[in-house]
Design a protein around this ligand. Structure first.
Ligand code: HEM
Ligand SMILES: *[C@@H]1O[C@H](CO)[C@@H](O)[C@H](O)[C@H]1NC(C)=O
Length: 325
């Protein structure tokens, strides 16, 4: 009898535990009772930062992508390397990642009001949305409750994020690995309507398109005047010069898609969007005024922001975003 009661108690607790684990998910009300002002603080801080440097909106958006794509949205992208660990941010694919100091600035403002409560991963997710809205792009709902990881490895970034030399099929595979369709890949690539790229990402499109590594091994699809202009800004071997993503780098508009359609894609992967099956017609339709691009972008970002998050009781709430507790 006693053992039967004990048995059923164990069973009931097991199911309660199971239920609470299944319950563990992101929620828009996650900080309502612990830090109801969290989203507002992030919005104020992002607005202040972008008022003096509007171009950094792109930095926040790329940072969130690079966080989520590598083992989920867990704040691992802002962890600094140590003497015995090369962290994600020092991976090749994270070349010239921006906005990490600013994430810590926002984190400090949140810590001042709600110590040890709001994760860096949530702050990165909120900041990306606020930055996109600041650039006149679409908004999306950011569910909260991500926890910060204690692990960050450069090799994970370099094996999970896409390099700018992939063919269309490689881009499709990279996104499929994370559960995203070819269309979602194209929709989200529209992020390249804001910000800039360094010559590092452009070089292979200009000087190594077929692996010949020469001054004339240029992507033959490119508009020749555009390619010549890029070569002026990005002489062979140069990695650090900067090129705007499109003619309106602070504005989330169709300028990037228009450029790609005009054979003015900066990276091989930008140009490839219109070389794969149906890519061309997808880009054309997304670029139309009043197209579904914004609503699809919002849905895509909300989906990306839910990628494999670490949930309580796993992970931690980091005190500063560049160092694990
Ligand atoms: C499809 C595959 C993609 C590749 C190969 C790729 C690659 C790159 C590269 C090489 C840069 C230039 C970085 C630099 O030199 O400063 C860049 C910038 C950027 N990427 Fe992507 N990207 C991809 C998709 C995405 C997605 C899905 C997003 C967001 C959802 C995104 C957001 C951005 C933003 C906003 C910038 C500008 C960053 C800045 O101005 O600091 N990218 N990307
Ligand atoms: C050029 O491309 C080839 C083949 O993709 C690659 O092995 C080589 O490292 C590239 N060279 C440079 C300078 O990027």
């Amino acid at each position: 009898m006693a053992s039967a009661i004990l048995g059923s108690t164990v069973l009931v607790s097991f199911f309660l535990l199971l239920a609470s684990l299944c319950d563990a998910q992101l929620s828009t009300s996650y900080y309502d009772s612990t830090c109801s002002q969290a989203a507002q603080i992030v919005q104020n801080e992002v607005t202040n930062i972008l008022q003096s440097n509007p171009n950094l909106a792109a930095g926040f958006l790329r940072l969130h992508f690079h966080d989520c794509w590598v083992n989920g949205c867990d704040g691992s992208v802002t962890i600094k390397s140590t003497s015995d660990n090369t962290a994600e941010m020092d991976g090749n694919v994270n070349f010239q990642l921006r906005a990490i100091p600013e994430i810590d600035q926002i984190k400090a403002a949140v810590e001042a009001e709600c110590p040890d409560t709001v994760s860096c991963a949530d702050i990165i997710a909120l900041a990306a949305k606020e930055a996109t809205v600041y650039a006149n792009g679409p908004s999306w709902t950011v569910a909260l409750g991500r926890r910060d990881s204690r692990v960050s490895r450069a090799n994970d970034a370099d094996t999970q994020l896409p390099f700018p030399v992939l063919p269309f099929s490689g881009l499709v595979d990279n996104f499929a690995n994370k559960g995203f369709s070819a269309r979602e890949m194209i929709v989200l690539s529209g992020s390249h309507t804001i910000g800039h790229t360094h010559c590092n990402g452009i070089g292979p499109n200009l000087y190594n398109y077929t692996g010949q590594d020469s001054l004339t091994d240029t992507n033959p699809n490119l508009d020749t005047t555009f390619a010549d202009d890029l070569k002026n800004t990005c002489p062979k071997g140069n990695r650090f010069n900067i090129v705007d993503m499109d003619s309106s780098p602070n504005s989330f508009d169709s300028g990037y898609f228009d450029g790609v359609l005009a054979n003015k894609g900066h990276m091989i992967t930008d140009d490839e969007l219109i070389r794969g099956p149906s890519g061309d017609s997808i880009v054309q339709s997304l670029a139309q005024p009043g197209s579904s691009w914004y609503s699809e972008f919002s849905a895509g970002m909300a989906k990306m922001s839910q990628l494999g998050p670490l949930l309580s009781p796993d992970g931690e709430i980091r005190k500063t975003c560049q160092v694990i507790n």
